[in-house]
Design a protein around this ligand. Structure first.
Ligand SMILES: [Zn+2]
Length: 453
């Protein structure tokens, strides 16, 4: 029996509720109930939440006060009224974040967070406890579909959150272990020599599930496989988050861990956006947000089935609301309901960060995944990164087995040149791809804004 799980679920959560008014479990029960209600009930619930949010925005949020004349429309049809508000890009938000803070927000209770912008500069934003507790509840709902509960033991393959001094690090580890029931293998520590130690931790600790960035989980799986270290722990799920989970990564994870591989689509500035159900559908957190899909160039809204940029309106954040916020991800909205019977709409495909889209000198877009598909042909390439510094300049950093240039690289070079005609592409073999500050290992990075930014 897992005593820490028992203590978290029987004592810690009830205590947090009694002492701090924590609403995660109440929200979770509410979400678990709403996912099985008839579709029209979910629709009217969302409309009501959106109506309240929009009325609050035009009344209390300086950036949105100019839209006060929309009040009759907001009252009559909030979904239609939402489309009268402008799309909010990260760049536009960054110009004056203060103007998005509601004048009635409790400033002492604001929770600061930040995320990387498409030009690499972080965007700082604020949330409140209510928003965070809904994010957490949405994650636990998704994990609950696999029999995982808030106290379930987990092993994270994760970037170090920040530079910690010794005392802070000790405290952090104790919090992780006893209050969250999880252990962390830092993504930067995934070097081959340390794998036997990580493997022993996995089997001694016996987590119910693994959780991490797609790239880090895949690297973990690949190293286990290469070193003949089989996973004998029966896992309820391997949960991949934040980064695009490619089919080849999913296959490898399924093979190595013999468990369901679950895609969690979340963003620091968007919360839990969608969660994959056991039937394979990526269900939007429909009670928490309104999702729209817009054409990457014209900004016009697209019907389901067409690929475009995701716009998110968080229905819970009344402290610093961002309406129709362009996260920078490309998605396709699903056309059909899921076979599992849950009413939340589906995303057919999440295509990764907008940063992963490259621009040719002729003005055409090329998705980063095209580069990954070419280089996958070379088994000697263990990892790689392509960085487009400017439309006319890119560099490719492959990590190869033995540090030798693989025989087929010339063919890949030709393909890359065809994808980016007119771009000077340089190649440099490297030992490893350093994770970004957040711990993500990114394979395709564009370092300049697209024309519409
Ligand atoms: Zn489903």
């Amino acid at each position: 029996m897992d005593l820490i799980k028992f203590a978290i679920e029987k004592f810690l959560y009830p205590l947090m509720e009694a002492r701090r008014g924590n609403q995660v479990r109440a929200n979770l029960r509410w979400l678990q109930d709403s996912e099985r209600r008839p579709a029209h009930e979910l629709k009217s619930l969302r409309e009501e939440k959106l109506r309240r949010l929009l009325l609050h925005c035009v009344e209390h949020v300086p950036a949105y006060r100019q839209y006060k004349e929309l009040v009759p429309q907001i009252v009559a049809d909030p979904m239609a009224a939402l489309r009268c508000f402008p799309v909010l890009t990260k760049e536009a938000f960054r110009l004056n974040p203060e103007s998005f803070i509601a004048d009635d927000a409790d400033r002492s209770a604001l929770i600061a967070n930040n995320s990387g912008g498409s030009s690499g500069q972080p965007v700082q934003f604020f949330m409140d406890r209510r928003t965070v507790e809904f994010y957490e509840a949405a994650r636990w709902r998704g994990l609950g579909w696999y029999g995982i509960t808030p106290g379930s033991r987990s092993l994270l393959i994760w970037g170090n959150p920040f530079e910690l001094d010794k005392l802070a690090e000790r405290r952090y580890r104790l919090t992780e272990r006893y209050l969250k029931n999880r252990r962390i293998i830092p993504a930067y520590a995934l070097d081959p020599a340390a794998m036997p130690q990580h493997w022993r931790l996995l089997h001694r600790y016996r987590p119910e599930y693994l959780y991490g960035y797609a790239g880090a989980l895949t690297l973990f799986a690949r190293l286990l496989k290469e070193q003949n270290l089989p996973c004998r722990v029966p896992l309820k799920a391997v949960v991949s988050t934040s980064e695009t989970l490619h089919p080849w990564q999913r296959e490898l994870l399924e093979e190595v861990f013999a468990a369901p591989v679950v895609n969690e689509y979340g963003a620091r500035d968007g919360g839990i956006i969608a969660y994959q159900c056991p039937a394979g559908g990526m269900h939007l957190s429909a009670e928490n947000l309104i999702a729209e899909v817009a054409d990457i160039l014209t900004g016009e809204l697209l019907p389901p089935g067409e690929r475009g940029l995701l716009l998110v309106t968080d229905l819970n954040n009344f402290s610093q609301p961002r309406l129709r916020y362009q996260l920078g991800d490309e998605v396709i909205a699903g056309e059909h309901p899921c076979s599992c019977g849950r009413v939340m709409r589906l995303l057919e495909e999440t295509c990764g960060r907008e940063d992963d889209i490259f621009l040719t000198t002729g003005g055409r877009f090329v998705h980063g995944v095209a580069f990954a598909n070419c280089i996958k042909r070379l088994p000697e390439v263990e990892a790689f990164q392509i960085v487009q510094l400017a439309p006319a300049e890119a560099k490719v950093l492959p990590v190869t087995r033995g540090g030798q240039e693989p025989p087929g690289l010339d063919g890949v070079k030709a393909d890359y040149q065809a994808l980016l005609p007119g771009t000077r592409i340089s190649y440099q073999l490297v030992d490893k791809i350093p994770p970004s500050a957040s711990g993500k290992i990114r394979y395709a990075v564009r370092q300049f804004p697209l024309p519409h930014d």
